[in-house]
Design a protein around this ligand. Sequence first.
Ligand code: AMP
Length: 615
Amino acid sequence: MPQAPKILSDSADCIDGIVVENNNKVLKLIEDVTADADEVQRRVLSEILSRSANVEYLQRYGLNGCTDRETFKKVIPVVTYEDLKPDIERIANGDTSPILCSQPISEFLTSSGTSAGERKLMPTIEEELGRRSLLYSLLMPVMSQFLPGLDKGKGMYFLFVKSEAKTPGGLVARPVLTSYYKSSHFKNRPNDPYTNYTSPKETILCLDSYQSMYSQLLCGLFQNEDVVRVGAVFASGFIRAIQFLEKHWSLLCKDIRTGTIDSKITDPSVREAVMKILKPNPKLADFVEAECSKGSWKGIITRLWPETKYIDVIVTGTMSQYIPALDYYSNALPLVCTMYASSECYFGINLNPLCNPSEVSYTLIPNMAYFEFLPVTRKDELTGSISEPTALNDKEKQQLVDLVDVKLGQDYELVVTTYAGLYRYRVGDILRVSGFKNKAPQFNFICRKNVVLSIDSDKTDEVELQNAVKNAANQLLQYEASLVEYTGYADTSAIPGHYVLFWELSVKGSTLIAPSVFEDCCFTVEESLNSVYRQGRVCDKSIGPLEIRVVENGTFDMLMDFALSQGSSINQYKTPRCVKYAPIIELLNSRVISSYFSPKCPRWTAGHKQWCTQN
Ligand code: AMP
């Protein structure tokens, strides 16, 4: 595996030269792997298959140690998580035999994609951390081609860990970023000007989200003049930090003024790490106070962190809903989406990071995994739904193409074969080919398949929403009322955003339905949604209470008329389960009779619910 170039020297004189040399090495690596994309892919597949020749999964399908593409494609099926679930459950329950991978499974990565309401579990191996580090190491050399001087300042990044659980077999299960931040690759990273952050690692590794956010903001404010770039992983996380600042700036200013930390920050390692940075600075406290107490928060980022050159956050996919808010807070600083990754595998990077968010394309790095692509038909722009095959027939299987064979402008579903033991696994993302870097294609991220609602990392699909709504609407039957139609949208006009469901009812009974009944319905929907949604509500507070807006009778007929007037076919029309198009949302809002919010948080515990009862 190519190594992430490292900067090991401490001497300031040396560092400039080393940075340039390192950047050049990285850019050369990108040139090489993209120029030789097909050969690299062949090598990656052959390496994965020869290492895994003895694994039960490949033997089950009779691969017989073959390592060539043709045999692999002929005998190994294209699968989804559901197909792998029995094997994954065996590993989770403690079977250490080589089921999927010949190397020992080091932990499970818990995806924000869910199966039966619980996070999907992705087995991983130790060496994958090196592959993730490699992808991270490519980002800043690419960025520095466009913005010089980034090695001269600090990055203020809001990074967080989430809670971990243990599988019945004793393996740790946690999100991929928690795994990465807790690894020596991050904690003991060498002295590198590009990973010089304002947040000490102790503040990132603090599980209490209030203490973590507070201490990271305190350190970021205190070092405000050093900050040249700011960011978080997803746009929603960055917006949450700004909102936290809006609520807590006066406390933060008090700490900056006195050089002490608020008593609510009780984690000793956080206190110690912050105290190494913080000194009394009344002048800075006055400045922050003056900026934050001005009526408007427009441009607050550039006002408080004046040297900031860009915001590093993912604003592709559902995160694009946060672009207007980010533009407002930053006076339209460049929004930079650097990478595309998942728990299954880190995929690629953006080689033109200063491009407009709507044009972001990711170049898949050919040595991360073996990639295949399943053609899908175009998106229906009005309802946002994709027509795509579910279980693949023989013809569809033959349509899968290799990395270098994708066609410009065509949409594909991404299929990966990884070093950690996924073979021809459908990730569920739909990508559109936007261009090529040498032989390696570049992709616009189009959407995650079937996702209808998302605020943060939650991904609620149509079936989950349908079941949740059904559970809730059953409560209306005793009032001789029933749900005629519904749709939903993610309302992010306030932070945190929340799910809104528009309900049209048929009421036969004469008794008025009390507001508490609808509030119970909101709560039942929340209780029925997946674990990632409930974690966002309970633990991260990144999602606000779900709202039901009851609309006048006939509203959904009007919605259909509108869709038909825009060119939808009457034979194919079905009510969209999510709406994004502003005129449709306006239409629905203009017909609202009453609205109700969930009165409390749903239940959530770390780990799969089966494990909680077993442990
Ligand atoms: P997880 O499995 O929780 O790590 O989530 C991975 C998923 O997040 C991917 O499969 C995508 O659907 C989404 N994702 C990751 N990176 C990006 C990106 N740069 N733009 C849009 N969506 C992304």
